[in-house]
Design a protein around this ligand. Structure first.
Ligand code: BF8
Ligand code: SF4
Length: 623
């Protein structure tokens, strides 16, 4: 037992995860951590980006020690292999965010045409603001249809620019234009990544990476931003509310439905269906106290910040949530849904319910979701969960008694309103040094890092040094569980930041939403830079992804860097086999786009890197 507890403490700093890991281990349940151990040692060529499977003369690999082959069969060297691998990962990440955005835009269009009755416009004023950006009159009778058409046209567009990229400061846009990386169309750039990285196309690592930056910009200032903005129109702009986070939000006496994945198109409907009096009555007739919805990963963030739906955990807790034995249904759509879930679910009564035609899991129940009948399907899904409640084996239920209170919902609009309607108080605090700078801490969990250790320690270190933190995704959920998303957490901040938080009644770590909502951080950076009359690359700001794992994170890191932001990675990207690619990403990029990557697995050292950067930016600005 002592050995087991030591083991779980090596795997996570989260007490709820530790408890469930011990329990899973006793029950012989395999988790991502176990599978990670079984993968050791991981492939050294892959780790360094020195393998290629892009054609059937291969697979090829390059000897990092200079003793074996230095080129693939076609002649691709380490620089080309590492850059091409990076480009393909980035393209997949940009595609994931942007395909999510496409579905939101298509649903918005169907709603505009009266073909998606489950969805409504929650924020007309925001819709009109967006329409104006696209040059559409707010009072036009076809405003919604025109907006839908304009937004959708940016996916397949061949020439021109993406509307929201023009939210960036003019100096930034000028840099993109000069470098030829101002994105022309969302899908076009992603397809071109696949083309350029095909055998025998782009063999210039600089040229490859520049196109990667263009593609990433089409994600951050395109796909992701479109998703965020249209979701706000349809589901409401988040405003600060309170809720709770961690596995302890599951209820022993209720039907527990977990929404997991990314698109609020689904989770919003599940939340609405769970409030249906008929289904609640059905739950009571089965002996349950009610229906409890909780979220995991980014769809959890979406309904957390808009409805206060509690969050059960972040990425590495998806299997552990089922292992509580208290989950009647885990309802998933797309992205970050481990194929392993069905194996865990099959050890319990839990139904894993897939809903997207894009993402099926063998053995799971597939209840396909269509925009035309979204709420009806959501009701059927919740009904299936309720009907499953009597199958729960009470003797196997173990819900860790850990959950933390959180204050979330800090959209740019909400931050502005907390500041009294103008950025001035924040700019004043930055200038007088009470807020030393701003850091975005984002991204995943990864079993290469003790769960939440990177996020929580980096964030604590930053706020202690008066750096205001904004957070999204699984990082925000790590902060949530650690109690950092509360105004009271200002007590952990340095004196300057503490004073600002106390005066405004805000936490020192602002939860800005899901991963597509990193676009909100871009908008905030642009607004601050414009207010100061500088470029984003001049701001006392930095970003970090301490435990990143997904290809989406590669795209996010690249658009942050291309937007001028120093971005510190806590897990090592698969490019180090090329000294040239590594040098370009970590050094050369700064002279080209103003931002660069740094790699620093230790969160305390990462904080130092970020704070030093913030201090040197302050010095350059003369503040
Ligand atoms: O899009 S932070 S593990 S859930 S990829 Fe996935 Fe990473 Fe979580 Fe959200 Ni983002
Ligand atoms: Fe090998 Fe070149 Fe084919 Fe890649 S593209 S598998 S390096 S021959």
């Amino acid at each position: 037992m002592v050995i087991m507890m030591k083991g779980v403490k090596d795997r996570s700093i989260d007490p709820a995860s530790q408890e469930m890991l011990a329990s899973a281990s006793r029950a012989g349940l395999e988790t991502a951590w176990d599978r990670f151990d079984k993968q050791q040692p991981q492939c050294g060529f892959g780790e360094l980006g020195l393998c290629c499977r892009h054609c059937n003369m291969g697979p090829c690999r390059i000897d990092p020690f200079g003793e074996g082959p230095a080129r693939g069969v076609c002649g691709a060297d380490a620089d080309v292999m590492a850059a091409r691998g990076l480009l393909r990962a980035l393209a997949a990440g940009a595609a994931a965010h942007s395909d999510h955005a496409r579905d939101v835009a298509l649903t918005f269009q169907m709603m505009a045409d009266g073909r998606a009755p489950s969805y409504q416009v929650k924020d007309k004023a925001k819709m009109k603001r967006l329409a104006a950006e696209y040059g559409i009159a707010g009072d036009s009778p076809t405003m919604m249809q025109d907006l839908a058409k304009s937004v959708l046209s940016e996916f397949g567009q061949q020439q021109g620019t993406i509307c929201f990229t023009r939210r960036a400061p003019a100096k930034r846009v000028a840099i993109w234009q000069r470098l030829g990386i101002d994105p022309r169309g969302i899908d076009r750039e992603i397809v071109e990544c696949l083309h350029r990285s095909h055998m025998g196309v782009d063999a210039d690592y600089v040229n490859l990476i520049l196109h990667g930056l263009r593609t990433a910009l089409a994600d951050g200032w395109g796909g992701s931003m479109i998703a965020t903005e249209l979701q706000d129109v349809m589901f409401g702009v988040p405003t600060p509310i309170r809720s709770r986070a961690n596995l302890g939000v599951l209820q022993a006496d209720s039907v527990n439905v977990i929404v997991h994945g990314h698109e609020p198109l689904l989770s919003e409907m599940i939340v609405a269906a769970a409030a249906d009096p008929e289904l609640i009555a059905l739950a009571k007739s089965k002996g349950a106290a009610g229906i409890n919805v909780a979220g995991i990963c980014c769809t959890g963030n979406e309904v957390l910040m808009r409805h206060g739906v509690p969050v059960a955990g972040n990425f590495l807790q998806q299997e552990l949530a089922i292992a509580t034995g208290a989950v009647e249904a885990m309802v998933v759509d797309v992205q970050c849904v481990m194929p392993a879930l069905q194996s865990v679910a099959s050890c319990f009564h839990t139904k894993l319910i897939t809903t997207s035609p894009k993402a099926k899991v063998p053995g799971a129940t597939h209840m396909e979701f269509h925009e035309e009948s979204a709420l009806d399907t959501a009701r059927e899904i919740v009904r299936a969960a309720v009907e499953n409640y009597p199958q729960r084996n009470r003797d196997r239920v173990q819900i860790p008694d850990f959950s933390s209170e959180v204050m979330i919902g800090f959209s740019v609009e909400a931050i502005l309103s907390a500041l009294g309607g103008s950025l001035d108080p924040l700019l004043g605090a930055i200038k007088n040094g009470s807020v030393r700078g701003i850091a975005a801490v984002v991204g995943c969990n990864n079993p290469k890092v003790k769960q939440d250790f990177g996020h929580v320690n980096l964030v604590k270190e930053l706020i202690k040094n008066d750096v205001l933190v904004v957070s999204t995704g699984c990082s925000a959920q790590a902060c949530a569980k650690a109690g950092l998303l509360l105004p009271e957490a200002a007590g952990m901040a340095g004196e300057g930041l503490r004073g600002v938080c106390q005066a405004l009644g805000i936490p020192p770590v602002l939860h800005m939403g899901s991963c597509v909502d990193i676009s909100r951080i871009l908008v905030a950076c642009a607004a601050i830079a414009n207010a100061l009359g500088v470029d984003i690359s001049d701001l006392p700001a930095a970003a970090a992804a301490p435990e990143w794992m997904s290809e989406k994170a590669v795209s996010i890191g690249a658009y942050a860097v291309a937007s001028g932001v120093l971005t510190v990675l806590g897990t090592v990207p698969q490019v180090l086999g090329s000294a040239n690619v590594t040098a370009l990403l970590t050094k050369g990029a700064a002279g080209v786009v103003g931002g660069r990557f740094a790699v620093e697995p230790d969160p305390f050292s990462a904080a130092r890197v970020m704070i030093d950067h913030i201090d040197s930016q302050r010095a350059r600005l003369g503040i």
